[in-house]
Design a protein around this ligand. Structure first.
Ligand code: SAJ
Length: 429
């Protein structure tokens, strides 16, 4: 008996889906599945997130997500809870950070496995959607198996042997700010522990993905996802290195990159104050951790991007030291434009370091936040103010995030200020 005949439709008749982790990835996935008329149970350990969702509200900012969550909750297809329940399929979308040695921390995936294992039934599908190091999907399978000796897991089968549970990796690829569109339209890579696992996951994702779905093994899917983010990180590091070279040579980096990109096979990304967010600044280290001798370029790119905030602080400090008590307007705190997310934000690190290094006042402008993040709160001589207030006082204006609200500022509004434009909004050359 082969795997498909014993479990006639593993992943086929998937009606109830349990999404573990209702953050920037899990909540949109849960919502999109529920709008495809699936019954979705979202699980999160944060009680504030659970009650907000059950009240039809969202605890994160993502265009149109609030509207979809409200509709799904009111039609009864989406419900949030703090306990994992039985279902036909489980999607694990929990954080996968790194530890203080930049090694992957899979404790949230392990905790998810511990909570799913007791409710698993024969024929269930478990998908790891969180970005994870090579080997993580198989570890998830092993963690589940430790709890359920009564079931056969896919890492335990060989050849034509049958698994009771299907386990696959389908790494998320969505860009914050465009999550709902990319979730549906972007091609997906699904890696199964066995080919039948990949097929089962494809049947689930095929319910809402309009892009093409490519099937492979779990480790290939794991490394593919990491390679995507490492590639972008290396390209940004190249741009940041060009910025340093241009500063040394007294040239405008924005002009150099703009002109180089007119070559049909060149596409250099933008220099900036550093790489933030919970993906590109972290995932390349998972590759370095698995192949430290081989991943030389990827490690160096990470180091170049991580150095950026310090270089910017040194530049601003050198200028600020010319004033007795300088007033600095810092424009933007989020990790990139037009979102509220400050995770691993280089702008926050820069403002924090400036507050320590400069004997002056810092007026922070962040139109997407109503209060300063914890790292900056309750510091003397540092406050969150409206744009007009910051500009009326400032000696030095440092642009840290290219929010739409700042792009409209004209050079005349900035005249008589010293301007440091880390994003090339005004300094295009
Ligand atoms: N950045 C630059 N210069 C650039 C582009 C970006 O300095 O030219 C900076 C941004 O300001 C930001 C950081 O890089 O601080 C990352 O921003 P991003 O827009 O490049 O990427 P993320 O982290 O928001 O989302 C990425 C995406 N990956 C790729 O584009 C390969 C997304 O598709 C992934 O789903 C996401 O990581 C993830 O969750 O892994």
């Amino acid at each position: 008996m082969d795997e498909l005949s014993r479990n006639p439709s593993p992943g086929g008749d998937i009606e109830t889906i349990v999404v573990v982790g209702l953050g920037y990835v899990g909540l949109p996935v849960a919502t999109v599945l529920s709008s495809c008329r699936k019954r979705v149970v979202g699980v999160d350990t944060n009680p504030a997130a659970v009650s907000a969702i059950n009240a039809g509200r969202v605890h994160i900012v993502e265009p149109d997500l609030d509207m979809l969550v409200r509709a799904s909750v009111s039609t009864g297809t989406l419900r949030a809870t703090d306990r994992v329940e039985e279902g036909d399929a489980f999607i694990v979308a929990v954080p996968t950070p790194f530890d203080s040695d930049k090694r992957p921390d899979l404790s949230h995936v392990h905790a998810a496995a511990d909570s799913i294992a007791p409710v698993l039934r024969r024929g269930n599908l478990v998908v790891l959607e969180s970005t994870a190091p090579v080997g993580a999907t198989e570890r998830l399978s092993r963690w589940l198996a430790e709890h359920r000796p009564d079931l056969v897991f896919p890492h335990q089968v060989t050849g034509d042997e049958v698994a009771d549970i299907h386990i696959a990796h389908c790494p998320e690829r969505v860009l914050p700010g465009k999550v709902l569109r990319e979730l549906v339209e972007t091609d997906r890579v699904i890696g199964g522990i066995t080919p039948a696992c990949a097929e089962a996951a494809k049947r689930l994702y095929g319910t809402f993905v309009k892009g093409e779905i490519f099937l492979t093994s779990a480790p290939v899917a794991e490394l593919t996802k990491l390679a995507e983010n490492a590639f972008r990180d290396v390209n940004i590091a190249f741009a940041n290195e060009m910025a340093l070279i241009c500063e040394t040579l007294g040239l405008n980096v924005w002009e150099v990159i703009r002109l180089a990109n007119r070559h049909p096979r060149v596409n250099i990304l933008h220099p900036g104050p550093g790489v933030g967010g919970h993906c590109i600044a972290i995932d390349p280290w998972f590759i370095v951790d698995s192949a430290p001798q081989a991943a030389r370029l990827i490690r160096t790119a990470r180091q170049i991007n991580d150095e950026r905030p310090t270089l910017i602080v040194e530049r601003v400090k050198a200028i600020a030291d010319r004033f007795k008590h300088p007033r600095i307007a810092a424009l933007g705190l989020s990790y990139k434009a037009d979102i509220d997310d400050v995770r691993e934000s280089p702008a926050v690190a820069i403002v924090q370091a400036l507050a320590d290094a400069v004997d002056g006042t810092i007026d922070v402008v962040e139109p997407h936040l109503s209060a300063l993040p914890r790292a900056l709160a309750e510091r003397e001589r540092l406050s969150l103010v409206p744009l007009a207030t910051a500009l009326s006082h400032a000696d030095i204006v440092i642009l840290l995030v290219d929010h739409k609200a700042f792009k409209g500022l004209s050079r005349t509004m900035l005249r008589e200020k010293i301007v440091i434009d880390t994003r090339g909004v005004w300094d295009q050359g």
